[in-house]
Design a protein around this ligand. Sequence first.
Ligand code: ADP
Ligand code: MG
Length: 329
Amino acid sequence: MARDRSERRADEVTGEFDLIDRIRARARGRSDVILGIGDDAALLQVPADKQLTVSMDTLNVGVHFPAETAAADIGWKSLAVNLSDLAAMGAQPAWCTLSLSLPQADPAWLEAFLDGFFALADLHDVALIGGDTTCGPLSVCVTVHGFVETGRALRREGARPGDDLWVSGTLGDAAGALALWREGRQVVPSLRARLDRPTPRIALGQALSNVANSAIDVSDGLLADVGHICSQSGVGAEIEIASLPASDAFRSNFDEESLRALQSAGGDDYELCFSAPPNARAAVEAAAREAGTPVARIGLVVVGSGVRTMLGDGREWTPTRAGYTHFAT
Ligand code: ADP
Ligand code: MG
């Protein structure tokens, strides 16, 4: 938002521009960032042989994270959920922008936020190239930019009947942490870490770009996100509930029905769900080893529409709750 620097009052201790200066002081460059933070817009060198892929996600207090969440975790997560979208495209991240809406100009909060934000940005060599800083309810909006080999992006629409369905890592940990917190139970640290500091599966996404037929990141709950693959590919899916990968900490804290519900509809997993033909199983396993991320086969893509969830004995299981939707009543 345009605001003349002359509007600043002499007694103003910390304002928009002090915050921007703090952000700018910590932002690292990249050789393809011709002009970063400080001008009216950034100037970037896009590789000639690649396609640019762009994604944006917002985190609102009380909706995407509890108000008590540590600033550093909000910083990490706001970038992580965006990088997860690039991972699902098979992209290599490069740049990001950051729109911050803050209830007050609190330098200590901002520095802690930036600790988490840049810890993850540095892991993936992502340069912060601009943004916006405004006063309002706590909300963080990040845009990420990445590159894919021309024509090689992983899409939701490529699933074919007969494909295996796969998922990375484990499902349900983050939703488990949130459930424990809501029930007033002790929140297991390893589950809490999965809620606050999700791991975007960047290396796996890139390794799968020549192997998978379709991919999505699991953010709103597995069944909802597999549903997106199905509707966009014009196929159906069958998922074996017993085959969903779960951590020991998660498994030991919930009964069977809660485990199923949290794994299938909990959300906030930021794992990759993808489909690949059965003759690519060895290639999928090789991609997972290369990326250092475990993967598990969880079902099949079938002719038809919609997602069915099966119990081991061939019975169908009907989930009580679908994935997360904003504006749902
Ligand atoms: P304008 O008024 O032209 O929008 P701003 O004063 O909002 O400019 O921003 C000045 C510079 O600081 C711009 O380069 C902008 O991208 C950058 N910037 C502002 N807020 C942020 C932020 N939260 N993170 C990173 N860069 C920011
Ligand atoms: Mg601005």
